[in-house]
Design a binder for this molecule. Sequence first.
Ligand code: HEC
Ligand code: HEC
Length: 363
Amino acid sequence: MKKINIVLALFSVAVFFQFCTKTESATVLNKSTSDITTFVTSTELLPTLPATLFDYLDRYPTHVQTALIASDNTPLNNPITNAGATLGRVLFYDKQLSRNATTSCGSCHKQQFSFDDTTALSKGLDGSLTSRNSMAILNIRFYKSGKMFWDERVTTLEKQALMPIQNHVEMDMTLSALEAKVKSLSYYPTLFKNAFGTTTIDSIAIAKALSQFERSIVTYQSKYDRVKQGIETFTTDEAAGEQLFLTAAAPRTCASCHTPPMFITSSPGSGFGLNDPNDNGINNNGNFKSGSLRNIVIRSNLFHNGSVKSVQSMMEQGNPGFGNQAIPLHFLRTAQIPSMMAFLNTLTDNTILTAEKFSNPFR
Ligand code: HEC
Ligand code: HEC
């Protein structure tokens, strides 16, 4: 049954090539659950890839490299390779990976917005909303525990990668439908062969390639990095802001939770988070992880529920989204805000917003 459907899927794609007018659908029987997934394959667009592969194995400055050694969650069986990350890039932006061929990872994790979305909740394949705020896909390699999502419910990035694809609101595919569809697209066999030495296409290899691409998105070219390398110096305001970040409200300093130089903390302990009566969070404690604070100034709709519009408003108002409970940790005195903003601005690395190697290859 499965085989026949794969053949059907391939056939429908072949039909498209001939007429190329409208979208086609195919049905796949999921072996494990017996769920039937009907998916749509839109006219095949080909990704534009460079003749020589992009380099995803950047050399980081010492302070970043040292942090990486201490916190890298790359598993031994999935190191980044240029061919693997290249395949991951194509998969990340391929709308064919969703049931109705409208939504890719890049639809919610938008490059120009630091691989984050610009709304409090994101729209999935049928227009319905996710239950939490999207997270910025940057520096996720520097999270030792490897646990992903605001509530850390997944133990590795590789496991995480298949979840949005199967999530009914986000992309809504079964794994067997995913495999059948990826197999049906002409550009994938070569990409899989280059990445993994075999044309075998399965969800495990898909997850590995997506993870390689995501782990390669690292910000290390900000003013902060140049200062740490001794190439530039902070202004008086920026330096005062860094001091505030490191020392204000000790022992609960910003830095005690958002650890420099990547401004991310692995395995937040109890008391790390903020209590949200509407969301159980990590271990049902109402706590949440925080991703890297790098590029935070150019992101909007912050925190797990997207209730905080910007860092500036966070510092001014705390967070009205948690049942009127202000967040003292995230609340600054008016006089402190300009220097803290100046410092946080130095964490912005604009290179990842436009780098072609991280961009959508389907346009
Ligand atoms: C419809 C919008 C949407 C799509 C499509 C989507 N995501 Fe997400 N992503 C989110 C939201 C929302 C969260 C936070 C969910 C939560 O914590 O419950 C998230 C969280 C994540 C995280 C966790 C990051 C961290 O620091 O813990 C990763 C990694 C991720 N997504 C990768 C992907 C990949 C890979 C794809 C494509 C296969 C994808 N996303 C597709 C909205 C989306
Ligand atoms: C006790 C630990 C702790 C301290 C201290 C702390 N934070 Fe946080 N921070 C968190 C947690 C946990 C989250 C995510 C909470 C959520 O979404 O519910 C967070 C979220 C944030 C966010 C939003 C991140 C995003 O991706 O949406 C910003 C910005 C931020 N913190 C900045 C600061 C600054 C600046 C300070 C110091 C003034 C500070 N934090 C102090 C734990 C802390």
